[in-house]
Design a protein around this ligand. Sequence first.
Ligand code: ATP
Length: 250
Amino acid sequence: INIEDKGKAYSFSYDKVFGPEAKQLDLYEEIAQLVQSSLDSFQICIFAYGQTGSGKTFTMIGTSQEQGMIPRSADDIFDKIHSLETWSYDVHVSVAELYLHTLYDLLAPDKGKVHDLSALSEVLVSNKDDAITLLEKAFCKRSVSCTMMNEESSGSHLLFRLRLSGSNKDTGPKLGVLNFMDLAESKNVIKSGSLDELLDEAKGAAAAVGVSWGWDEEKQKRYAGGLGNGNGQVLLSGYFGSGFGYFSHI
Ligand SMILES: Nc1ncnc2c1ncn2[C@@H]1O[C@H](COP(=O)(O)OP(=O)(O)OP(=O)(O)O)[C@@H](O)[C@H]1O
């Protein structure tokens, strides 16, 4: 996709674009290989980015009838783990919110602030339902209340993480991580229509998922460390409508 803004040309490419008729299963088929990779010691990050109301949370979490990427991945992971004979896996869940540059541990009883991702609480789970129950409980502990989401969600990024530690008596251990990020888009950027603000916001979002793109090293480490730097990242991005939001989205 080629775009021109204030006389400057920008070029972007996508591996795949899904139309409005796409179902959750279509998207899941696209990421299923990465979910498998997380069982094979890779650190994976799958993140959703797009304007408010465009379906990021629907895509990530979904509904009971149309489950999103997180429950489908958890289902797949436990199916695979339970079918293995020589390997056994421990699956730990963490849930965090990155809000106004502060990281909150949503599984801590007091929703404590943490300095980096390695300090997040982890809960050992043995099935998909326990993992999703933790996510649902954590979801409503965010700084932005559930009822205010579409109005006020700017700046509240949600991280759901599965840490997968495999052991096998004949070979060494395996440690993989599967991160899901539901990234909020800044409404200020959309309102102002400023390309500079847009790029700054994009840097923040990129740093949050571990892409090196201009943030200072300290910030990068705090937010990105452990999210799988450069290792299996997929962006699921949602957009509808027209105007400046179109550029921001791309
Ligand atoms: N593909 C879809 N099919 C059916 N309903 C959808 C779809 N995508 C989104 N929705 C519905 O649209 C509404 C907004 O979606 P959602 O909350 O996922 O957006 P969002 O991008 O996460 O917004 P925010 O940034 O405000 O959190 C929800 O009611 C959701 O159920």
